[in-house]
Write a protein that binds this ligand. Sequence first.
Ligand code: ZN
Length: 358
Amino acid sequence: MEDSFRSAAEWYDGTNALRHEGHLEWDGRGGFVVDGSTSRMEFAAADLHFLEARPGRILYRRESAPDFRLILPADLPPGLAAHLPAKSEYGAWVDRLGIGRAVAIFAVASAAAVALFMTAPDWLGPRIPDSWERNLGQAMIGDFGGRICHTPQGDAALKKLLDAVDPAATQVNAGVANIGMVNAVALPGGQVLLFDGIVQQAESPEELAGVLGHEVGHVRERHVMTALMRQFGLSVLLAGANTGVGDTMAGVASMGYSREAEREADQYARARLAESDISPLGAADFFERVAEESGEGKDQNAVVGWLASHPAAGERAREFKAAAKKGKTYHPVLTGAEFEALKSMCKDDPEVEEFELF
Ligand SMILES: [Zn+2]
């Protein structure tokens, strides 16, 4: 073999830290041989890949032997150089594109990424595919584990309330969670949870219809993913927010909607209440009463809960009041017994788990 197909070489054989010295030779049949006094190896040319260029030297690796390294001088004879894998300056895809085009593409892509990131929650939220949202919602609901209360009568009463405020063919999943906080949340994928604390605060089924209708409104108006991304960042799309019920709880309980989203959710609730002949005065009462209580500091629990994340309770109470038709007799949305069943479903469910946030 002429010298054109041969070069001095150093290599690590991949099994130990010894550096071998000798030469590399093209075998004329699609392979290389490294040969020295301490090591001899043969391998296919396709197995050899460019690793990096250093001053005066080029390093290669082998696909089939991750720790193998071949070190050749930079000035290689042409016959050998023709068979060695091409030297890459910047990494494979940049080399393919050329550095100029790669820089241009990268600049455009970064600008787009920055623009997307800045506006992501508002822009991206309503466009998240349903299947992603459902998976995320299911993971978060999973974090509530066995804390969703069930009794036959309570479930039936909740279903009746839900039918009134969510007449869509595919309804949201609504549940009462065994959590004492005065709160209600909408989770991704059409999951709405009333916490038992807010159920206990309600003095009439119409009050609960207002709260439930409002949360369903957040689902139907596609506010949930936007708010979730504001709270957790875009990572929520990849990782989910769930590392345990405490984290999910703390996250969803402090999840904030924009003022505009709150108005839309209220409007949704009022429209459904009107269609189903449910008095909006219940929701008005609820806002008024809880706002008063929290204002006077009587019920700090209410301050950290639903009302805290839903400001301007007085103004909202007025809007629900204004939606009531003068002189109209509304029918109760639940019977007294059904309302009682809903209020006692957490207490009466022998299986439900206790919730401890801290
Ligand atoms: Zn809201």
